[in-house]
Ligand binder design. Structure first.
Ligand SMILES: [Zn+2]
Length: 388
């Protein structure tokens, strides 16, 4: 093991409540890493010696982004669908089936290479923890294969056999739910940490979603829910009732939904890339934050409705369009994502935390929203290893 001192940090975002503000900011700061973990934070003037020294030259240092919602095991491309939608057609959940056909036809090696490319793309933008769902196979073998491949890239794997009803079961959705809660679950559970369901008109209703989530929970998976994206519905209430780690999208919420989230440990994960890419109204982050809910920001990276891996983009949109302050958006993209994945080792910079760090080519984290679209990544460490 060798230690690294990163010093002359202009602004250090710790997300440590013992330091000032929502982001636990330290000015003129330093961080020491030893092996894969952070061992010291404080004033640069007080920093201990280390084997190696990195001069941050006044730049900001943040925890690596925690992207708690992505769909990266797929093949093919939906450029034409996006182009058509931006030319006036409405988005519906059925477009997922296009990717299902391409994914089933792809080899394991193709899926693995595609996933590796997107994980690397995200990592080089500062995303050091990323969740990855199945959901483009929709057969026992294809869902299990997606999760087996995903598990070689991230521990945060999510069984989403209930993404849409498989095309073969269009006439008998109940039989598909039986498959998802039975044989498919048996094949997928060994490769997954989480169970998820797309609870929406055109996908799965409240009773079906409950059956999927409770079956997964009985197999030791932890629930998270695609909830209230395209319309009001039972997803958020179900997520809270079952103690889900996160209700994701939360675009169409009643006052009762907001109150339920605020009164629970279920994180509201907002995915502005989806509204951006479907030209839909954004979720109201301000309403959730003012009510006391915990908010996370994630990319929803997928080829249909949100083909971005950029957490910085999501931060900028959340600040511009969703009523979040720059500090709230940065917190949601780091500590919020960690909460949504029930992780305490990431999303913060403090002694004992994993050394996942993003060095910005800017003096302040505010620049993530202040300089939209500008690449600001000056360095990335993942578990203490400098990867960029
Ligand atoms: Zn999603």
């Amino acid at each position: 093991m060798s230690s690294t001192l990163i010093t002359n940090i202009g602004t250090l975002v710790t997300n440590d409540p013992s330091h000032p503000g929502l982001l636990g900011l330290l000015e003129k700061a330093a961080v020491v890493l030893d092996g894969s973990v952070v061992t010291w934070t404080g004033s640069a003037a007080d920093a201990p010696a280390a084997d190696e020294v990195v001069d941050a030259q006044g730049r900001a240092l943040l925890p690596g982004f925690v992207d708690s919602h992505a769909h990266l095991v797929f093949a093919g491309d939906r450029t034409a669908e996006f182009n058509a939608r931006m030319s006036g057609q409405a988005y519906s959940a059925g477009g997922i089936r296009t990717t299902v056909a391409a994914t089933r036809a792809a080899s394991d090696a193709e899926l693995d290479a595609n996933l590796a490319r997107f994980v690397r793309e995200a990592l080089h933008q500062g995303t050091t923890t990323i969740e990855c769902k199945s959901g483009y196979g929709l057969t026992v073998a294809d869902e299990a294969r997606a999760l087996r491949i995903a598990a070689t890239h991230t521990p945060e794997t999510t069984y989403l056999g209930a993404h849409v009803v498989a095309p073969e079961f269009a006439a008998d959705p109940a039989a598909y739910v039986d498959l998802v809660t039975g044989e498919m679950l048996d094949a997928c559970a060994p490769h997954a940490r989480w169970v998820d369901v797309f609870c929406e008109n055109g996908a799965f209703d409240g009773d079906q979603a409950r059956a999927v989530l409770t079956a997964g929970m009985e197999r030791g998976l932890i629930p998270r829910v695609h909830a209230n994206q395209l319309s009001h519905g039972p997803g958020v209430q179900l997520a809270v009732e079952l103690g889900a780690a996160s209700a994701d999208h939360c675009t169409h919420l009643t006052d009762a939904d907001v109150a339920a989230l605020a009164g629970s440990a279920t994180v509201a994960t907002l995915l502005p890339g989806a509204e951006f890419s479907t030209r839909a109204a954004y979720p109201d982050a301000r309403r959730l934050l003012d009510a006391g809910a915990t908010v996370a920001l994630s990319t929803d990276c997928n080829p249909g409705s949100s083909f971005t891996s950029s957490m910085a983009f999501c931060i900028a949109v959340a600040v511009r369009e969703m009523g979040m302050t720059p500090d709230e958006a940065v917190h949601a993209a780091t500590a919020g994502g960690a909460r949504a994945l029930r992780r305490t080792d990431v999303g913060r910079i403090a002694p004992g935390a994993r050394a996942d760090l993003l060095l910005l080519d800017a003096p302040s984290p505010v620049h993530l929203a202040y300089r939209p679209g500008v690449p600001l990544t000056a360095g990335v460490w993942q578990a203490g290893v400098r990867v960029r």
